[in-house]
Design a protein around this ligand. Structure first.
Ligand code: RAM
Length: 864
């Protein structure tokens, strides 16, 4: 029997439980080796009633519209697909069925109200968190149970003593006033007929915890800390029971004495009753009736992406006992997460865990953390071994210092648990140069550390904000490495909510007060362009047109704003601009002092955003709008040339970033101008010994600019440079993540004294997209990788490379190797897709789905 298609998936989710749309789009991957799809048929099984679409001719298999009646709230449908492929007239076998189940789609589905502590709290202080719980009795056996839950703050729920779910820091961070996520859990197995208890731990998180610079701000979204939960039970006899948060719940302090995302957590095990969330006999405690709060259920939304989870555990590489009783641990990898300890000791023993990314003079270097204490404390109950990990905090660290450990610290007593949004890994790259491989690995780690529900700049200091410029430059890389479509789509919805009425896109989203530099918000190029460029990238990479449509109004408002700001000159040469932020010549205390005119950058981005808006409008079928913004983009480009390109071909800012942006954004007029710019760019790079001379704006562009201008060799010189500043310099200094500054750690081993010295910032890792497309050689030419150009361009002494990407259609891969006469390349084209292979010096070749082994000595030579 021929093989079946892969199970159907829903939207951009990894599983279909609790989906927030009534008509989820469906995707599937063709049976191995089936090449193309001629037709498909979907079958929907709803409560035992089966509906089949019949044979639908066509090749669609990614984000195909929901074929049946929309889902009702809570409704569960099993979906499978079969396909007709080029091979024959018989359909494939049906795929293994996948289940999708709607969450609570209507405000009226909610009866739960927020419940929290009833004792007085001082909103200006670090408040001790509450736990809330409720006992209840079920009179009939349980067929199925779902828990719908969210919080003001953070929650972890338990039923009958057992943790519900394995997600962390839920409900994540959204613009809570307008959008607060709830999650759906299958808790059927947690419940029994008879006595039951549900309880929740609460933390402040982003909702009311202290976040932001300079001491931070509390109560950004409210002063309450509360749980909203609705437990819905269907019994075997068909009756239902709903246990929702209401006045029947009680609250009490738990063993967490204090907790904060930056601060860390303090847990007093002496106060912990393991039976607190069970109907078993338990210590009395001061449980008092909860206070109920308010939440407009229309603002409760289902997740579009997987939650944050622990995805890996890393044991320490070294544990060093200091004379004064402290222990220093090195995990060998800068990561984001928290420690889990297993320890036994006398009652009252206080163990303190501190975290840092680097050590200096043998001690944790905590200055870069600024106001983030990143300290966890455990006080032992003295009643036997305890395994503990904090619940509502996260740290960015490679090193930890442990104080107060009773006795020997065994190697397996402490483990670092890595947390991030649990996206599916989809991209890999490897080559013959180990330093480049480590660079790539560092990019992956910085993505993991900063894709924690929202895309952040850094994970360790008192910041951790959704900086728009950082993700704008990194989104192409991110979309290759992980399936981040759902997470970024959700975050972009928050960007739209936070966009000011005049079209201004904030520096970071969600918005928090940021001191005089960031508040009030001002429009800034490269940062605000996330509104146009990032939806486009996601549309291209994931083949999602609806995503593009959803965010189009936001992009349009942004471009319209720039048009107004520029006025008839079409030059955006006013206002605050960060420009080529963190140009290596910028002094530690003035990261915006760059060698490139910041208004040049602003007008270039204005043109590029207008161009993207025109392309987007074209894709969406808005022909007139496409024309309008296409003309605008042309006019801005012309104004740019008039103002910033001299007749000699030099630019007014004779800097690598200026030439790179002009080249990559297509702002130059003709071949001569492009050649002059490309040559000058190469010359500047070589004059500087191929060290980096670009910041946030130029760095993601420069390798493409050089490659397209015929200076691939110079791009490779930049890539393989190890002197500071360069991509590989940090690697030679032992970096395991991408740094914020080229010299976060300086050649003499000292820390950069700047107030912003992060060792985990993905922005400058955006070069990995060039590794994937140019060194590896996988580049899409139609949305979703439906057509792909395989064009590896070797150089830099690299003798082989491999790149692989799980496209929406399946695996695309290249593995190439230099030979005495040229190159051999093994190429995988996903079923349903078409490829074009361009090997160095050879005539391009069209290839269909499947595996292709090519040797340049067998191919026709291209005319020189
Ligand atoms: C820093 C952030 C971020 C950058 C802004 C402008 O504070 O770390 O990377 O986008 O500044």
């Amino acid at each position: 029997m021929s093989p079946q298609p892969a199970p159907v998936t829903f939207e951009h989710l990894r599983d279909g439980l609790g989906i927030g749309v009534a008509e989820p789009r469906l995707s599937w991957v063709l049976p191995p080796g089936s090449r193309t799809q001629e037709a498909y048929e979907l079958e929907l099984d709803r409560d035992g009633v089966t509906y089949r679409t019949g044979r639908i001719p066509g090749a669609d298999q990614v984000l195909v519209p929901w074929p049946g009646q929309p889902l009702a709230s809570r409704q569960c449908v099993s979906v499978r697909v079969r396909v007709w492929t080029a091979d024959g007239s018989e359909p494939s076998p049906w795929s293994v069925p996948s289940t999708v189940e709607a969450g609570l789609l209507h405000a009226s589905d909610w009866s739960a109200v927020p419940v929290g502590a009833s004792w007085p709290e001082d909103p200006g202080s670090d408040r001790r968190p509450a736990r809330v719980r409720r006992d209840f009795t079920l009179d009939a056996s349980v067929a199925r149970a779902r828990l719908y839950v969210t919080a003001h703050g953070l929650y972890e729920t338990e039923i009958n003593g057992r943790r519900v779910g394995d997600d962390a820091l839920s409900p994540g961070w959204t613009v809570y006033g307008e959008r607060l996520r709830y999650r759906t859990y299958d808790v059927t197995d947690h419940l029994t007929e008879g006595a039951n208890t549900i309880g929740a731990w609460l933390g402040d998180g982003w909702y009311r915890g202290r976040i932001g610079f300079d001491g931070g701000y509390r109560n950004l979204y409210g002063t309450d800390q509360s749980l909203t939960a609705q437990l819905e039970i269907t019994h075997d006899d068909g009756t239902t029971t709903v246990v929702a948060t209401d006045t029947e719940w009680n609250a009490a302090f738990g063993p967490i004495l204090a907790t904060g995302l930056y601060e860390g957590e303090t847990f007093d095990a002496r106060l912990h009753d393991p039976n607190w969330s069970t109907p078993q006999p338990r210590t009395a405690g001061d449980w008092t009736p909860v206070t109920t709060g308010r939440r407009d259920p229309r603002t409760l939304i289902a997740p579009k992406s997987p939650p944050v989870r622990c995805t890996e555990e890393i044991p320490p590489v070294t544990v060093t006992a200091e004379r004064d009783g402290r222990h220093l641990l090195d995990f060998g990898q800068n990561l984001v997460g928290r420690l889990r300890v297993t320890v036994d000791g006398p009652v009252g023993t206080t163990i303190t865990l501190r975290h840092a990314e680097v050590v200096e003079d043998g001690e944790l270097a905590t200055r870069p953390l600024r106001g983030a204490a990143a300290t966890d404390t455990l006080i032992l109950a003295g009643d036997g071994p305890i395994t503990w990990e904090p619940r509502f905090t996260l740290h960015g660290f490679r090193h930890a210092e442990i104080t107060g450990w009773p006795g020997e610290l065994a190697d397996d007593a402490v483990v670092a648990r890595v947390y991030h949004t649990d996206m599916r890994r989809t991209g890999w790259f490897e080559c013959s140069d180990d330093l480049v491989n480590r660079l790539h690995e560092n990019v992956v780690w910085s993505m993991r550390g900063n894709f924690v529900d929202i895309p952040t700049d850094c994970p360790q200091r008192d910041e951790r904000l959704g900086w728009t410029g950082d993700i704008q430059v990194f989104a192409p890389t991110a979309s290759f490495l992980y399936d981040c479509a759902g997470m970024l789509d959700s975050w972009l919805a928050d960007v739209a909510v936070e966009q000011l009425p005049d079209g201004t896109v904030p520096w970071y989203v969600p918005v928090i007060p940021g001191g005089p530099q960031w508040t009030p918000i001002q429009p800034g190029a490269a940062w605000g362009d996330v509104a146009t460029l990032t939806p486009w990238v996601l549309h291209q990479r994931f083949g999602d047109l609806e995503l593009l449509r959803r965010h189009f109004p936001m992009g349009r408002a942004w471009v319209d704003l720039m048009e107004r700001l520029a006025g008839p000159s079409r030059l955006w040469d006013t206002g605050a601009q960060l420009g080529d932020w963190l140009d290596p010549i910028a002094p530690p205390d003035d990261p915006a002092a760059t060698r490139t005119d910041r208004h040049l950058v602003a007008t270039a981005y204005f043109a590029w955003s207008a161009r993207h808006l025109a392309w987007s409008a074209g894709k969406l079928g808005y022909a007139e709008v496409a024309d309008q913004y296409g003309t605008l983009a042309d006019e801005v480009a012309e104004a740019f040339r008039r103002r910033y390109v001299l007749t000699s071909g030099r630019m007014t800012s004779d800097s690598p970033t200026a030439y790179s942006i002009a080249l990559v954004f297509g702002l130059l007029d003709d071949a001569v101008q492009r050649r002059l710019a490309g040559d000058r760019l190469a010359e500047l790079v070589l004059e500087d010994d191929a060290r980096i001379a670009t910041g946030f704006v130029g760095t993601p562009l420069i390798c493409d600019a050089l490659t397209d201008a015929g200076h691939l060799d110079v791009a490779y010189q930049l890539l393989t440079q190890t002197e500071c500043p360069s991509w590989l310099y940090p690697v030679t200094m032992g970096a395991t993540t991408i740094w914020e500054r080229w010299d976060s750690l300086r050649p003499d081993g000292t820390l950069n004294p700047g107030g912003m010295t992060s060792f985990n910032h993905y922005a400058l890792g955006a070069v990995a997209d060039w590794l994937h497309r140019v060194v590896g050689g996988i580049e899409l030419t139609a949305p979703g990788y439906r057509t792909i150009t395989f064009r590896p361009r070797p150089g830099g002494g690299i003798t082989w490379a491999k790149a692989r990407h799980e496209t929406p259609y399946g695996t695309a891969a290249v593995s190439w190797q230099l030979t005495a006469t040229g190159m051999t390349a093994h190429i995988t084209v996903p079923d349903g897709c078409e490829g074009r292979v361009e090997l160095p010096g050879c005539v391009p070749l069209a290839v269909g789905p499947g595996e292709h082994h090519l040797d340049t000595s067998d191919l026709d030579r291209a005319a020189a």
